[in-house]
Design a protein around this ligand. Structure first.
Ligand SMILES: Nc1ncnc2c1ncn2[C@@H]1O[C@H](COP(=O)(O)OP(=O)(O)OP(=O)(O)O)[C@@H](O)[C@H]1O
Ligand SMILES: O=P(O)(O)OC[C@H]1O[C@H](OP(=O)(O)OP(=O)(O)O)[C@H](O)[C@@H]1O
Ligand SMILES: O=C(O)c1cccnc1
Ligand SMILES: [Mg+2]
Length: 535
C-alpha cells in the first residue's frame, strides 16, 4: 500500500491541462467574464449503459485522475499557446488561468476496481465551476478507456476459468499510449501478464512470451547438432506416422537452439509448418464450430513436424534433467490441435516412461490474446459522461426527450445493499440529508423513472460506495497498489450473481433511488418540463 497522498509511479506526460477540448477553455473564459468565478458546482461522472452487451462494468482509471489533479497547472508555455490561439481573450483571464489550481476541488469516488452499474456516479467532483468544468474531458479520457479495458479483461477472465491469460496486443493497440493502458488495465481485470516490456517495467506487471514464426523460419539446417535430439527424432517418426521428408530440419534446429538458450523454459511455437499429420477425415469445423475464422479448405505445408520436433527436443531435455514447459499454437483449429497434442504427450510419456510430458494436465492452459482484447473490438468505447447536477446549492437537471439521458439532480450518496447470501442485491442512491440505509432495516427502493418498478429491501450488509479521495489539494486516502486494485476486481465480481455476469442474455442489476430522491427528481422534472399548448 502507498502512504497517503503519495503516488507509486509518475503520471504519463501527455496527461496535462491542455489535454482537453477547446470548449472547456472557452467556457471557462465565458464563466469568468460573467462573474461565475465563485460559483460552486457539483458534477457527476457516470455511464448510462454497460459495454459489450453485458450488465456490469469495472471502474478503473481513478489513480491517474488523482495524479492529474495533483499536477494540474497551466505552464507558461501553455498560456503562451492559448494567448496565440484565443486572440480576443482578455489578458487578465490568462493571469487567472495561470494561478488556477485544484486546491478547492473535492473528489468523492468509488474504489478503483469496483464493479459498477449505470447511473451510479463513479466520481463526484465538487468545487468552483470554472475548475470543475475544465476537468471534464481529461477525467473522461482517463476513465473511459481504462474502465472499458478492465471490463473487457474481466470478461475474458470469467470465460477462461482457471486458464492463464496473457495480453499480447501492443502491436495492434491504438498507439503507444493505448498499448500501455491496455497492458495495465487488462492486468487489473484479471490477466496474468503481458508481452509489453515497458508496461512490465512501469507497472510491475509480469512479462511473459514465447517466440515468433520468424525465429523458426530463420533456421534452415542444424547449425548445432544435438545428437540426443536426432536420436529421439528417429524414434518418434513412426509414432507420428510421417515420413522423414515431412520433418523440417530448420524447425528442429530452431527448437534446439531455443532449448539451448532456455533449457528450463522450453516453450515453442509449433505451427510455423503443420503441427502434425492431419488425418484426412478430420474437417476443422467439426471440432470447434466457434473457433475464429476457419477456412473450409485449410492449406497444408509439406512439413508436418511441429509436435514431433517439440517432443524430440523435450525427450532430449529430459535426458539432461530438464523439463519442457509446453507448446504455443497460433493458428488452425486450436482446440482440436491441443487435443491431438495431449494424445501424443500421453502416448509418449507412457511409452518412454517419462513423467515430464504427462505431469501437467494437458489442455489449453494459457491464452495469449491481442487484437480483440486491446482494441475492444466488440465495443470500442465506453460512454461515461460528466454532468452538472448542482450549482450554488440548487439542483441542476439535464432534461431530454430520451429518458435514458435525463440526469439525476443534486448531490447523491450511493450504497450497495447485500442479501443474506452476501450477493449484491441493488445499488441505491439517496439524498445527502436522508438517513443511511442500515442492516436489518427495510427500505423502499424505486426505479428512478418507472413508477411501478419498486421493491422493499432489508439488507444483510450495506456498503457505502463513495469515499473521499481528494481535498485541500491532496489525496486524502491511502491509495491501493495495482495488485490491490486487481484483487478488488476479483472480490467485487464475486459478490455479483453469475446470471448478471454471463455473456448470453445477462440479467440487469438493479440500480434504484430512495423514495425521497424519486419524489425530488420527479417534482423537479415537472417544474422544469415546459407545458405545451395544443392548437
Ligand atoms: N431499479 C429498480 N429499483 C427498485 N425496484 C425494482 C427495480 N427494477 C425492478 N424492481 C422491482 O423489483 C422486483 C423484481 O423485478 P425484476 O425485474 O427483477 O423481476 P420481475 O418482476 O420478474 O420482472 P421481469 O419479468 O422483467 O424480470 C419487482 O417488484 C420490480 O418492480
Ligand atoms: O491474434 P492476436 O490476438 O492479436 O494475438 C497476437 C498475435 O500476434 C502475433 O503474431 P501476428 O498476428 O503479428 O502474426 P501472425 O498471426 O500472422 O503470425 C501472435 O502470433 C498472435 O497471432
Ligand atoms: O510472446 C509471444 O508469444 C507473443 C508476443 C506478442 C504477440 N504474439 C505473441
Ligand atoms: Mg496473428
Amino acid at each position: 500500500m502507498n502512504t497517503e497522498g503519495v503516488f507509486s509511479r509518475q503520471q504519463n506526460g501527455v496527461v496535462q491541462p491542455l489535454l482537453t477540448d477547446l470548449y472547456q477553455i472557452t467556457m471557462a473564459y465565458a464563466y469568468w467574464k460573467t462573474g461565475k468565478v465563485t460559483d460552486h458546482s457539483i458534477f457527476d461522472l457516470f455511464f448510462r449503459k454497460n459495454p459489450f452487451q453485458g450488465e456490469f462494468t469495472i471502474f478503473a482509471g481513478l489513480e491517474e485522475c488523482l495524479k492529474f489533479l495533483q499536477a494540474f497547472h497551466f505552464s507558461q508555455s501553455d498560456i503562451e499557446y492559448l494567448k496565440q490561439t484565443m486572440s480576443s481573450v482578455e489578458d487578465e483571464f490568462f493571469e487567472f488561468l495561470s494561478n488556477l489550481s485544484t486546491n478547492d476541488v473535492v473528489i468523492y469516488a468509488l474504489d478503483e476496481g469496483t464493479v459498477v452499474f449505470p447511473r451510479i456516479p463513479l466520481i463526484r467532483v465538487e468545487g468552483p465551476l470554472i475548475i470543475t468544468q475544465l476537468l471534464e474531458t481529461t477525467l473522461l479520457t482517463l476513465v473511459n478507456y481504462a474502465s472499458l479495458m478492465a471490463t473487457n479483461a474481466a470478461r475474458y477472465r470469467i470465460a477462461a476459468g482457471n486458464s492463464k491469460l496473457l495480453e499480447f496486443g501492443l502491436r495492434r493497440a491504438q498507439g503507444p499510449d493505448g498499448g500501455l493502458s491496455a497492458s495495465k488495465y487488462s492486468y487489473i481485470g484479471g490477466f496474468d501478464g503481458t508481452s509489453n516490456v515497458l508496461a512490465g517495467k512501469l507497472y510491475d506487471i509480469p512479462v511473459k512470451g514465447t517466440h515468433a514464426h520468424a525465429y523458426v523460419t530463420s533456421f534452415t539446417s542444424f547449425s548445432e547438432l544435438l545428437m540426443l535430439t536426432i536420436k529421439w527424432r528417429s524414434e518418434l517418426v513412426p509414432l507420428f506416422k510421417v515420413v522423414i521428408t515431412e520433418v523440417n530440419d530448420g524447425e528442429l534446429a530452431a527448437f534446439i537452439s531455443f532449448a539451448m538458450a532456455f533449457p528450463d523454459q522450453f516453450m515453442v511455437l509449433v505451427d510455423t509448418y503443420d503441427v502434425e499429420r492431419y488425418p484426412c477425415h478430420v474437417t476443422y469445423n467439426t471440432f470447434t464450430p466457434r473457433q475464429k475464422c476457419l477456412p473450409n479448405t485449410p492449406t497444408h505445408s509439406k512439413y508436418r513436424s511441429g509436435l514431433l520436433n517439440f517432443c524430440a527436443v523435450s525427450l532430449a531435455l529430459n535426458d539432461l534433467a530438464f523439463q519442457a514447459v509446453g507448446i504455443r499454437i497460433d493458428s488452425g483449429d486450436i482446440a482440436y490441435l491441443s487435443f491431438v497434442a495431449r494424445e501424443y504427450f500421453i502416448k509418449i510419456s507412457a511409452k518412454y516412461e517419462i513423467p515430464c510430458l504427462n505431469e501437467q494436465e494437458h489442455k489449453i492452459n494459457c491464452f495469449g490474446i491481442g487484437t480483440h482484447l486491446v482494441t475492444c473490438q466488440k465495443q470500442p468505447s465506453l460512454g461515461c459522461v460528466y454532468k452538472l447536477v448542482e450549482l450554488n446549492h440548487q439542483p441542476r437537471m439535464k432534461l431530454s426527450q430520451d429518458v435514458a439521458k435525463v440526469s439525476l439532480p443534486g448531490r447523491k450518496d450511493a450504497y450497495r445493499l447485500f442479501s443474506e447470501r452476501e450477493d449484491a442485491l441493488i445499488d441505491l442512491l439517496i439524498r445527502p440529508d436522508e438517513e443511511q440505509p442500515s442492516v436489518g432495516t427495510k427500505i423502499l427502493c424505486r426505479h428512478p423513472f418507472e413508477e411501478s418498478r419498486r421493491a422493499y429491501v432489508t439488507p444483510s450488509k450495506v456498503e457505502k460506495l463513495h469515499k473521499l479521495y481528494w481535498k485541500d489539494g491532496r489525496v486524502c486516502r491511502t491509495l491501493p497498489s495495482l495488485e490491490d486494485i486487481r484483487n478488488n476486481v476479483s472480490t467485487s465480481l464475486k459478490s455479483i450473481r453469475s446470471d448478471i455476469k454471463r455473456n448470453h442474455n445477462p440479467t440487469p442489476y438493479k440500480v434504484a433511488v430512495s423514495d425521497n430522491l424519486y419524489n425530488f427528481l420527479h417534482n423537479l422534472w415537472m417544474e422544469n418540463a415546459p407545458i405545451g399548448e395544443l392548437t
